[in-house]
Design a protein around this ligand. Structure first.
Ligand code: S3P
Length: 417
């Protein structure tokens, strides 16, 4: 039986909205990873009082939508694209200037996707000539709501716009062809802020207020996915992962694995506030390669590294296309995964927006994570099915999302030397 730490996306949002609410909120099941601690540090720097009596429990004394203070110097968001992009939306509505910086990986990631629509709302925000961080944000007289059609289905962009919309006059609407994770919409409603959401379109009116509330955060399905695949590719194993978030906008990984022949039972379905959770019972399965349907990509976006490991262990070929977003994650995940898989004896061929993986026998070998936490964890799990030792280089970034990954793995009998 396994418990995974709190959901990263929901932890960021809970902390941000609790900071902007009227009154005190308690967050339980918070993910105490480096990414989320960057968000904690940023709001503390802007004058939000917080107590963290345990790593996973935070009491936040909200200052209201207009109560943040100037941070004085740049806010360093570390490796977290989510923290940087969503916080940028909030900062565009403040009466002070602020600068957002990040580590080397975050400083390479595209920011124009938020800068352009924020400017359309009247914001003053600038980025580097490479269209990356640092982001410089200055106060403006007023923001106004816009009707924005997102060219790529990105929850970070949608959330950035919605939170800027809290400070805008009129209505802010965001729409996309395919849906993407909707934690911000659910969390806004939990903080008593009205949001209208229908058919991949979400709208809110600016000028309201957020009321403090207590939040319980589900286990992170993106973290559970490593152990789910680990159980599937190991002989005669059965694993129960408890209290995992099963928000439908995150469940693409379960759907894809099932189509590959995975036995995964969903039990004990219930809710933690606005978010559905369940226990997942996973049994070793003979997997087969599939063509991954494009409509499932956004709901699976962080799970492709570990899905490619499942594909390497499957019979037949797995095809992914239409996933160019994977090239601009914490690493270029198409390239880092293709190279790593080939180093372990698997036929993996890059496409401009995807990968073809022919199932085979994983051998031992050396792979480089490219500084990407999810790539590092995916290859650590691959060792379960490999015929020799797998050496993963650059595993430090695992602390950004899953600080006790190695401990939880050890609990299941998987030891890293
Ligand atoms: C996230 C959205 C996704 C995901 C990221 C977390 C979020 O990014 O990859 O890890 O919390 O909103 P995009 O919005 O860029 O797809």
């Amino acid at each position: 039986m396994l418990y995974v730490p709190g959901d990263k996306s929901i932890s960021h949002r809970a902390l941000m909205l609790a900071s902007l609410a009227q009154g005190t909120s308690e967050i339980r099941g918070f993910l105490p990873s480096e990414d989320c601690q960057a968000t904690v540090a940023a709001f503390r720097r802007m004058g939000v009082g917080m107590e963290q009596p345990e790593h996973e429990r935070i009491r936040v004394h909200g200052v209201g939508l207009h109560g943040l203070q100037a941070p004085g110097s740049a806010l360093d968001m570390g490796n977290s694209g989510t923290a940087m992009r969503i916080l940028a939306g909030i900062l565009c509505g403040q009466r002070f200037s602020a600068t957002l910086t990040g580590d080397a990986s975050l400083s390479r990631r595209p920011m124009r996707r938020i800068v352009d629509p924020l400017r359309d709302m009247g914001a003053s925000i600038s980025m580097s000539t490479q269209q990356t961080a640092p982001l410089d944000i200055r106060p403006v007289q007023a923001l106004h709501g816009i009707d924005f059609h997102m060219p790529v289905a990105s929850a970070q962009v949608k959330s950035c716009m919605l939170l800027a919309g809290l400070y805008a006059s009129g209505t802010t609407c965001i729409q996309s062809k395919h849906g993407c994770r909707d934690h911000t919409e659910r969390m806004l409603q939990a903080f008593s802020y009205p949001v209208e959401a229908q058919d991949n379109r979400v709208c809110l009116q600016g000028g309201g207020r957020l009321e403090a509330t207590d939040i319980e955060i589900p286990g992170d399905l993106s973290s559970a996915a490593f152990f789910i695949v680990g159980a599937l590719i190991s002989e005669s194993s059965q694993l129960t992962v408890k209290n995992v978030g099963i928000n439908p906008t995150r469940c693409g990984v379960l759907e894809i694995l099932r189509r590959m022949g995975a036995k995964i039972d969903i039990r004990n379905e219930r809710h933690y506030g606005a978010e559905p959770v369940a226990d997942l019972v996973v049994t070793s399965s003979a997997l087969r390669g599939i063509e991954i349907p494009e409509h499932l990509i956004a709901d699976t976006i962080d799970e492709f590294p570990i899905l490619f490991i499942a594909a390497a262990c499957a019979e037949g070929t797995t095809e992914l296309d239409g996933a160019e977003e994977l090239r601009v994650k914490e690493s270029d995940r198409i390239q880092t995964m293709a190279t790593g898989l080939r180093n372990l004896g698997i036929d993996a061929r890059e496409k401009p927006a995807g990968l073809t993986v022919r199932g085979g026998r994983l051998t031992g070998g050396v792979v480089d994570s490219g500084g990407d936490h999810r790539v590092a964890m995916a290859f650590a799990i691959a060792s379960l099915a490999a015929t020799g030792a797998v050496r993963v280089l650059d595993t430090n970034p695992v602390v950004t999302s899953f600080p006790d990954f190695a401990d939880r793995a050890a609990q299941l009998g998987l030891r890293f030397g």
